[in-house]
Design a protein around this ligand. Structure first.
Ligand SMILES: Nc1ncnc2c1ncn2[C@@H]1O[C@H](COP(=O)(O)OP(=O)(O)OP(=O)(O)O)[C@@H](O)[C@H]1O
Length: 215
């Protein structure tokens, strides 16, 4: 299917980020910069703070010290605009089990007003043809993950922020997702991702390691 246009300017800059949880410093004085064409993978052991940092960069967590700017403006001041420019997919993927794949996809993309025929095509793209109107509670974990990932085919947001998106995918799903990531960044988009999966073959890949945990 035709990929949506994603040519918008991406400029996410975080400086002097420090975050504590339960008197434990997860990271301190951390800087992050993401621009068009970047693929930034957050790596580190369980509990290192990857999800915490990802949510912070998505504008969903304000419990930190430091500054996050989107196109030079404080993130929270331009949040309504930013929320259209970034796609955030949490590790639980937010698929509602009582709804069907097509209903979930309409809900997950509602802020972007995507044409319905593109949503049906997206479900076909993630190998869910024939399951479009089956309740998600009757789908496997990997199929439910594919419902969530179908967003990537149609969402016009240039910045993807993805928390463990490879979870539950089979070999073909992993290959498909790797191709989507590469296509997105080579097309001028950007990705920030947490994954224990070894990403390979994408020249713009950078890794940010968390895990020097202090108490
Ligand atoms: N809402 C919260 N309240 C208090 N502490 C929290 C909260 N969320 C996370 N934490 C703490 O922050 C630490 C970092 O959690 P986070 O989910 O960011 O880790 P992670 O690197 O993503 O781990 P994983 O690889 O297991 O997904 C955890 O050890 C946890 O103790």
């Amino acid at each position: 299917m035709t990929a949506p246009k994603r040519a918008s300017q991406i400029e996410l800059t975080a400086t002097s980020l420090t975050c504590e949880r339960d008197d434990r410093v997860l990271f301190e004085q951390l800087s992050v910069h993401v621009a068009n064409g970047d693929l930034l993978q957050l790596v580190g052991p369980n509990g290192a703070g990857k999800t915490t940092l990802l949510r912070l960069l998505a504008g969903l967590n304000q419990d930190f010290d430091g500054e996050v700017l989107w196109a030079g403006e404080p993130l929270q001041q331009v949040y309504a605009h930013y929320a259209h420019q970034r796609l955030y997919m949490g590790h639980l993927s937010a698929v509602k089990r009582a709804l069907t794949p097509i209903e979930n996809l309409r809900w997950l993309t509602s802020q972007w007003n995507v044409a319905d025929d593109l949503l049906w095509q997206a479900l076909e793209e993630v190998s869910l043809a024939g399951y479009e109107e089956t309740a998600c509670q009757q789908l496997s974990a990997g199929q439910q993950r594919r419902v969530a990932l179908a967003r990537l085919c149609v969402c016009p947001a240039p910045l993807w922020i993805l928390d463990e998106p490879f979870t539950a995918l089979d070999h073909y799903g992993v290959t498909w997702l790797e191709q989507q990531l590469e296509r997105h960044v080579t097309g001028g988009g950007a990705v920030i991702i947490t994954s224990h999966h070894a990403l390979q073959g994408i020249p713009s890949l950078r890794q940010l390691e968390l895990g020097s945990v202090h108490s």
